[in-house]
Design a protein around this ligand. Structure first.
Ligand SMILES: *[C@@H]1O[C@H](CO)[C@@H](O)[C@H](O)[C@H]1NC(C)=O
Ligand SMILES: *[C@@H]1O[C@H](CO)[C@@H](O)[C@H](O)[C@H]1NC(C)=O
Ligand SMILES: *[C@@H]1O[C@H](CO)[C@@H](O)[C@H](O)[C@H]1NC(C)=O
Length: 557
């Protein structure tokens, strides 16, 4: 679980906010426009079919009360029965891999003691080769692994699931807990014949009844149809290890992501986080979330850097699971033989700039090259900077006034710069927001954020509120002079529909400087994104920078 359980104990009120935020949201499941035609026409060997299942959890009504193993198995069977149906449905649609959400089998809100009946020892698949379906008695108390293994085998697909794992330890050998066992939030992966092929123990815990692994590992598994996949879970997505380390150090470009994510507008709903990660890292991300309306949990998807199929359900929609199935190109950087020739891998964290040949007036690029924002570089009517809280951080903001122009706002060492043009009447209030500092509520992590957000009302204090709808059509170019390398761009439009930048990248470095502003109090260096011609109202445009090396404190509690 990530971004989640802490609120139960730390701040119950936050939950109410998340629920309100989702209230106006419709059920969506759509295909976002592709860009550059990179995926078009991909068929045959260079592609595969993936499924994610957003699961409406059948929760233990009294998770704090310890259950016998038999009772715990009976509870988990109910969730596994649903998984079985969905694995069958996914296989029927040709899926070769299915991802189920974090906590989807057992639930959450246990205590360290009450989860005991749910625990299984998950052997290390790099040390033993084990197919629980064909060899169920090799390890005791492994009924859940047996069920998942047989599910994979029966339906002939890779199964990725999350379960509570344990490992006995000697209490006199630290850090063994006093009860003589480690408890791990564990992802397991079974190959299409039922063999256990990966075990990942969640590293960045979020106020959970689990222990962090004392020997953290980067976990991957290889498939015959798409090469290598990396594994991480939920809150991990906000940290360098293992999420970014998998892509940066190991070159992994396909990721499975079981999550139990409580949505938080305006910057960090589940699908926003998944899409931005995929976009910034140039990786495919298969994200499966829990559906639990009382906890504000929904938002699953299959993302490539270019396209996305996703689902974000609102409070009005029936509380039900959702299976998503999509064909996508192989993106294993180590297996160019599997990759379609039309799927070049984007560079990590460098954005998607206009190809340079456009600058030279290549015919193919005519009409798509941006025209420059020239006239918009006039300063807009300036409001004074003010402080407003957004997602527990005190941002420095300025109001975005008038119909077009440019403005800047700085917080500590980060200056954010906006060029904008409203295409609709300026009735809705927006703010340009900057934050450069340490986030300390529900986890500690260091941020540099530039955001253009729709305010909740008509006064500055409402800027940063959780809002998910807007009518204002706006062209914009947002930039910040980040000192960090890891910037995650994201664009959210009205009613929880994801958009994406037309262009993004580093400016003032190298020779690709299209769309470069030249405003006097702006040095014109940093990371930018631009977007024009959105079909829906703009809710949030964000450049979410992470200063991983400034994270002082452990997030485990
Ligand atoms: C989680 O447990 C706490 C008590 O420890 C309780 O107050 C809260 O309602 C529970 N939340 C859910 C979602 O079950
Ligand atoms: C089952 O799958 C594993 C992992 O892909 C593979 O190593 C093994 O050879 C397969 N076994 C059989 C009997 O096909
Ligand atoms: C960003 O620009 C401001 C204003 O020019 C400057 O004071 C600050 O040092 C810059 N920050 C970085 C990280 O370069």
């Amino acid at each position: 679980m990530g971004r989640v359980a802490g609120r139960w104990s730390v701040l119950g009120a936050a939950m109410a906010q998340c629920i309100l935020a989702a209230a106006a949201v419709l059920t969506l499941s759509l295909l976002v426009r592709g860009e550059g035609g990179v995926e078009r026409g991909v068929v045959g060997g260079g592609s595969y079919v993936a499924a994610v299942y957003e699961h409406r959890l059948i929760q233990n009504p009294q998770p704090k009360v310890p259950l016998s193993r038999r009772e715990a198995l009976e509870h988990m069977r109910q969730n596994l029965d649903v998984f079985e149906e969905q694995a069958a449905a996914a296989a029927n649609q040709g899926a070769q891999i299915i991802v189920f959400p974090e906590d989807g089998i057992h639930g959450f809100n246990f205590s360290r003691e009450s989860i005991y009946g749910y625990l299984e020892t998950v052997p290390d698949p790099t040390a033993v080769s084990w197919n629980p379906c064909s060899d169920p008695t090799r390890f005791p108390n492994t009924e859940v692994q047996h069920r998942l293994s047989c599910m994979a085998k029966a339906h002939g697909l890779y199964v990725v699931a999350n379960m509570p794992g344990s490992e006995e330890c000697q209490t006199h050998i630290p850090p063994c807990p006093p009860d003589g066992r480690y408890q791990f939030n564990t992802n397991v992966v079974f190959s299409a014949n039922g063999t256990l092929v990966a075990r990942y123990r969640k590293r960045n815990l979020y106020f959970e009844e689990f222990d962090p692994p004392s020997d953290p590992q980067l976990v991957t598994f290889d498939t015959p149809f798409a090469g290598r996949f990396g594994v991480f879970t939920c809150f991990d997505i906000l940290f360098y290890s293992p999420a970014v380390e998998l892509v940066e150090r190991l070159g992994v470009r396909q990721l499975v992501f079981p999550t139990a994510w409580m949505n938080q507008l305006p910057l960090l709903t589940s699908v926003q986080a998944q899409r931005s990660f995929s976009y910034a890292t140039g990786a495919a991300l298969l994200g499966a979330n829990i559906r639990a309306d009382t906890l504000g949990m929904t938002g699953s998807g299959i993302f490539t850097p270019w396209e996305a199929l996703y689902h974000h359900a609102g409070a009005g929609a029936p509380e039900a699971g959702r299976l998503l199935v999509k064909t996508l190109p192989v993106l294993d950087s180590l297996r160019p033989d599997l990759r379609p020739r039309s799927s070049p891998l984007p560079l990590l964290f460098s954005g998607y700039q206009e190809p340079q040949y456009c600058l030279q007036g290549d015919g193919e690029c005519q009409g798509t090259a941006p025209k420059g924002w020239g006239r918009l570089e006039e300063p807009a009517t300036l409001s004074s900077p003010f402080k407003a809280e957004m997602m527990y951080d005190r941002f420095t903001m300025v109001l975005v006034q008038g119909t077009e122009g440019s403005l800047s706002v700085c917080d500590n060492t980060l200056c954010c710069h906006l060029l904008f043009r409203r295409l609709t009447a300026p009735q809705e209030l927006y703010a340009l927001a900057a934050f450069d500092g340490l986030h300390v509520v529900h986890g500690t992590y260091s941020l540099q954020v530039c955001a253009l957000v729709r305010c909740g009302g008509h006064t500055p204090e409402t800027c940063g509120a959780e809002i998910d709808h807007a009518h204002t059509l706006m062209d914009f170019r947002l930039a910040g002079n980040f000192s960090v390398r890891h910037v995650f761009p994201g664009v959210l439009s009205s009613n929880m529909q994801l958009d994406r930048p037309d262009h993004s990248g580093w400016e003032g470095r190298g020779n690709m400087q299209l769309d470069r502003p030249d405003h006097s109090d702006w040095e014109g260096r940093g990371f930018y994104m631009s977007r024009r011609g959105m079909g829906r109202g703009l809710v949030t445009a964000v450049l979410y920078g992470r200063a991983y090396d400034q994270d002082h404190t452990q997030t485990n509690v």
